[in-house]
Design a protein around this ligand. Structure first.
Ligand code: ADP
Length: 643
């Protein structure tokens, strides 16, 4: 057997089709496509959806089948969800003749140059060209960094200028622009007036008291939760002090803050959850930046006057990016990863677009229903839980089946085998048969299956085969998965064989998705229950915890959200991806633990509360031997060392 070459070698050896060809195969029109180079393009989802819905008049324009790929609790090496997403789409599209689209997230350059590497999949199941995919793509993440940093600069500048301004009247004059010789309110000014119940459109008519309320935000510096961002693993910006320059510090006290990784920012979550550019604009306006000192009022990006500019920076980012798999099937790349500390799902816009393109009513499909395969980050209990309770709540969509990816290596780890470390050889327990560790570790798979079942969807376990797996090991996983209630459990070899290796998986998925009974999504909790109840429900029903414990800070923050009316939102809990619990060392299926909730932030624009469990970091650090050290470029511009 010839060994499988490296991911970048495989990617480079395959000549991609022109993106215009991929678009034509999808039935997209020239005006709906904005090529970026030869192999990537932005797609104007609104134009496509308008066209398709006008064609569908009178007929029921049902969606294609919606398949979610999730995983068991992973090792730091990754268990092959992205690889399986690609392999499954290739099998369905290039071998079984379905219109089949993979919807994935744009990788963050943090992991690409850190521990884990890129997120293009691997082996013969990849998005290509993988170097373009893993780095800048079409600049969406850069646009989000620019927008988030603009907002942060606007907030600090506002506090600085308010503190140094002599009168609120003078300050008011500087906030409301003069256009054509007349002072006129901006869209944001008008929104602020509406919020304050001031029913005036002529700036000259405001009373002194109204001017004071309108102009002076008086944000409590300690209440600011938005942070500047960078798309790089950088532990040194977790805590920083800003405003130390001589000119600033002499007028306004420096402030302690920190930075997050861009892909975990609220603006990235907004990109993932928005349904249109208009919806994005409204969500951006609702982003809470801090709280007013005296009144406790939530101050938003709209109040700061920044929401229009942020939307301008994101107006292209809102369009999904079209690429292809190694077998030439279409891939939409949109929104960002990090399902441990954020939503970590591809966008609602891309999913809606792909589901209509794969509709049996779309003329190019000649009545045959196609497939959209998308991915939720990390294990089902993290990415999958947010996918159902936050993303599906926002989109109104429901997956027809969940594919749960399992590997012998992760199962052995959960069964008690020694730890695996990136960059180090796997211990012998992983490369030789060990049914004992494997069967024990299947408790984690069983818990994940049970967790999926709580959402009333069929579950297909994909056993992502590694070269060293034995037939007895594969059989053991299959037995345990079926015993735990999986609808199907099949080995799949797409990493080594591409789509051909995933034909069994594809057949199981086709069958499972046709069984999907209920149309409406089953949610885990009622958004109208209290914040504490929602947190407890997720911790108990998904993680297997006995309960939660709120820190005094978290309690205080929840009280603020109750007062501000943000307590009836769904919740995203940021926690480690390496355990069902909050403690990365607890493998298998831990029980009886209490999840400490350190902090609760509000992402009012994205539309959820964001709780931090234990000591979870919102920007990773780099290891000693980081991915970036392997990367070189030759004189032709060909890249080596990306994986
Ligand atoms: P995830 O999406 O679950 O994090 P990935 O699909 O990114 O995982 O895979 C993680 C790494 O493991 C990638 O480098 C990929 O090439 C490799 N990999 C995945 N499946 C296999 C397999 N069956 N055999 C060998 N390597 C694999």
């Amino acid at each position: 057997k010839t060994p499988v070459p490296s991911d970048i070698e495989i990617s480079r050896s395959q000549k991609p089709k022109k993106v215009t060809t991929i678009a034509t195969e999808l039935g997209l029109l020239e005006k709906e496509l904005e090529p970026y180079g030869h192999y990537k393009a932005k797609v104007d989802a609104r134009l496509v959806l308008d066209r398709l819905s006008s064609q569908a008049e009178g007929s029921n324009f049902e969606n294609g089948s919606y398949i979610l790929v999730a995983g068991i609790t992973p090792t730091p090496l990754g268990e092959g969800k992205s690889t399986t997403t690609m392999g499954l789409t290739q099998a369905l599209g290039a071998h079984l003749g379905y219109n089949s689209i993979a919807n994935v997230r744009q990788p963050s350059m943090g992991p690409t140059f850190g521990v884990k590497g890129g997120a293009a999949g691997g082996g013969y199941s990849q998005v290509i060209p993988m170097d373009e995919f893993n780095m800048h793509l079409t600049g969406d993440i850069h646009a989000i960094s620019a927008a988030q940093n603009l907002l942060c600069a606007a907030v600090d500048t506002r506090m600085f200028h308010e503190s140094t301004s002599k009168t609120s009247k003078g300050f008011f004059k500087r906030l409301v622009p003069v256009k054509k010789g007349v002072r006129q309110f901006t869209v944001s000014n008008l929104a602020r007036l509406e919020k304050l119940n001031i029913n005036k459109t002529n700036p000259d008519e405001l009373t002194d008291e109204e001017i004071e309320r309108f102009a002076i935000l008086n944000i409590d510096p300690d209440s600011i939760t938005i942070k500047r961002v960078v798309d790089c693993n950088d532990r040194f910006v977790r805590e920083i002090t800003i405003g130390e320059g001589k000119n600033e510090a002499s007028k306004y006290p420096p402030r302690k803050t920190g930075m997050d990784i861009t892909v975990a920012s609220e603006l990235m979550a907004i990109l993932a959850l928005s349904t249109s550019l208009k919806d994005l604009r409204q969500r951006v306006g609702r982003v809470v930046v801090g709280t007013q000192k005296e009144t406790g009022e939530a101050i938003t990006a709209e109040d700061i006057g920044c929401a229009g500019a942020i939307t301008a920076l994101l107006k292209d980012a809102v369009k999904p990016n079209l690429m292809q798999t190694i077998e030439g099937t279409p891939v939409f790349v949109h929104a960002g990863p990090f399902a441990n500390i954020s939503i970590g799902a591809s966008s609602v816009i891309a999913d809606k677009l792909a589901l209509k393109l794969t509709s049996p009513s779309n003329p190019i499909n000649a009545g045959r229903k196609g497939f959209v395969v998308t991915e939720a980050g990390f294990d089902f209990t993290m990415g999958g839980e947010r996918f159902f309770n936050i993303k599906c709540r926002s989109s109104g969509l429901k997956p027809d089946a969940v594919v749960l990816v399992a590997t012998s290596r992760a199962l052995k780890l959960h069964g008690g085998a020694p730890d695996v470390k990136p960059g180090q050889a796997l211990p012998v327990e992983y490369t030789t048969e060990n049914i004992d560790y494997l069967r024990k570790g299947c408790s984690n798979l069983a818990k994940q299956i049970a967790n999926v079942k709580q959402y009333d969807v069929p579950v297909v376990v994909a056993i992502n085969q590694f070269e060293t797996d034995t037939a007895a090991e594969i059989q053991a996983i299959q037995d345990e998965a079926l015993k735990a209630g999986a609808d199907f459990a099949v080995p799949t070899d797409h990493w080594a064989q591409g789509g051909l290796g995933a034909l069994n998986l594809a057949s199981a998925v086709v069958e499972a998705s046709s069984r999907s009974a209920k149309k409406d999504t089953t949610f885990l909790y009622d958004v109208n229950s209290s914040v504490e109840e929602k947190l407890s429900t997720i911790a108990q029903k998904m993680y297997g915890a006995s309960g939660i414990e709120l820190s005094p800070l978290a309690r205080k923050q929840i009280d603020t959200y109750i007062q501000q009316g943000y307590d009836k939102l769904p919740i995203c809990i940021a926690k480690t991806q390496y355990s069902l619990s909050h403690d990365p060392l607890l493998k298998g299926v831990p029980t009886g633990f209490v999840v400490p909730i350190r902090e609760v932030r509000c992402s009012a624009g994205a539309g959820y509360l964001y709780a931090l469990a234990a000591e979870i970091m919102t920007i990773p650090g780099l290891p000693t031997h980081a991915g970036f050290m392997n990367v070189e470029v030759d004189e032709d511009g060909d890249i080596e060392g990306l994986f």
